[in-house]
Design a protein around this ligand. Structure first.
Ligand code: NDP
Ligand code: 13P
Length: 340
């Protein structure tokens, strides 16, 4: 099924670029909106993004644009790939143009003061829009390289889910549907924090047992937190939970993992983020998650440990000792405590 109107992708970064190309490959006309006029002009003339995924040819079906008002007016289906720090500020001024549109958040972050997820912000800005979340183990670099990939479109609006499946499904990209928008979105945001830890452990050559322990206990911690917020723990066993956790905690292509790796090499947090030069949502998520876990009294030792290293001047050795010598616990407690 082809869209009559073009499809919008908001964001000129790596993920926006990968998804815009994917849509164009499936035969859709795409308006990829970015704030930087020179970047859009370069992309139109040279068919390459000068700043992100620079070696990926931009397909003819993608039109890089700067005019957000025109883009929102022209397109019914709008994918949002802006950093979490920018989403509200970019879209709030255009709230009246979003009524009735299909808004699909692909942003994996949490708003600092409100603890709102990005689709909740979209809902706040545009209560009359139809909202979904696309999330899963989806490294932009690999999508652009046509690695076989799966993702989840989550919404209680079944027609929206089917529509997104129609436009994105292809030979290398498979889209599963879920009614659990909150759980899917929370999984995508939380895993970034643990990817920083995994990168740090990898840089220090801590070994495969450690990596496996970290990923599995991260899943326990994320799920415990999610259950406290009323989410369905089963969602965390799917692509947007354990799937995304595995890919970001295992791959040097993940920017959050790269921040952790740089910390392991001895860089400070600011230097690590500066060296990356792209969005690593896990740094902000760590701050808001630590505060929320304390408020809700959820036991999140990995989050507390990373926070202690990054913001409270604890050494890694001190944190490892606290984690390893803390009182013994029960495995899979996060599932058994919910009665499954
Ligand atoms: N990359 C990936 O593999 C994946 C990313 N995501 C999520 O997608 C979101 C975007 O990430 P990604 O594309 O990778 O990030 P990048 O760092 O690659 O790009 C960020 C983009 O956002 C733009 N931007 C920053 N601030 C603003 C603003 N105030 N208004 C408009 N545009 C702005 C940047 O523009 P400029 O260049 O002008 O600064 C740039 O085009 C993140 O939440 C991320 O977690 C989700 C799945 C996979
Ligand atoms: O969310 C991602 C993969 O699913 C991308 O992770 P990074 O932002 O760490 O690159």
């Amino acid at each position: 099924m082809k869209n009559q109107s073009p499809v919008a992708v908001l964001g000129g970064g790596s993920f926006g670029t990968a998804i815009a190309n994917l849509l164009a490959e499936n035969g859709h006309r795409v308006r990829q909106w970015m704030r930087n006029e020179t970047q859009a002009e370069t992309m139109r003339s040279q068919r390459q993004n000068p700043n992100y995924l620079t070696d990926v040819p931009i397909l003819p079906g993608v039109e890089p644009v700067n005019d957000l008002v025109q883009t929102l007016d022209e397109c019914e289906l709008i994918f949002v790939a802006l950093p979490s720090s920018a989403l509200r500020q970019a879209l709030q001024p255009h709230a009246s143009r979003l009524a009735g549109k299909l808004l699909i958040s692909m942003t994996k972050g949490i708003e600092a003061q409100s603890f709102m997820l990005m689709s909740q912000i979209l809902e706040d800005i545009a209560p009359d829009a139809r909202i979904g979340v696309l999330s899963g183990p989806n490294l932009a670099r690999e999508i652009a390289d046509h690695a076989l990939t799966a993702t989840v479109i989550a919404s209680d609006d079944e027609t929206l889910c089917q529509h997104v499946q129609d436009v994105l499904h292809g030979r290398t990209f498979r889209v599963y549907a879920s009614p659990d928008r909150f759980g899917v979105e929370l999984g995508g945001a939380l895993k970034n924090v643990y990817a920083i830890m995994a990168g740090l452990a990898a840089a220090l050559n801590m070994g495969e047992n450690t990596k496996s322990m970290l990923i599995t206990r991260a899943l326990a911690e994320m799920t415990r937190f999610a259950v406290k917020l009323g989410a369905n723990p089963m969602t965390f066993l799917g692509l947007a939970g354990v799937g995304d956790l595995i890919v970001t905690c295992s791959s040097p292509k993940s920017r959050n993992y790269q921040v952790g790796w740089a910390l392991g090499e001895g860089l400070g947090l600011d230097e690590a983020v500066d060296r990356l030069g792209e969005v690593a949502e896990g740094v902000n998520t760590l701050k808001v998650l630590k505060a929320k876990a304390e408020e809700l009294q959820v036991y999140m030792p990995l989050v507390s440990g990373l926070y202690a290293i990054l913001f409270e001047k604890y050494t890694l050795d001190q944190v490892i000792e606290m984690l390893m010598l803390s009182e013994p616990k029960t495995d899979v407690d996060f599932i058994s405590s919910t009665g499954f």
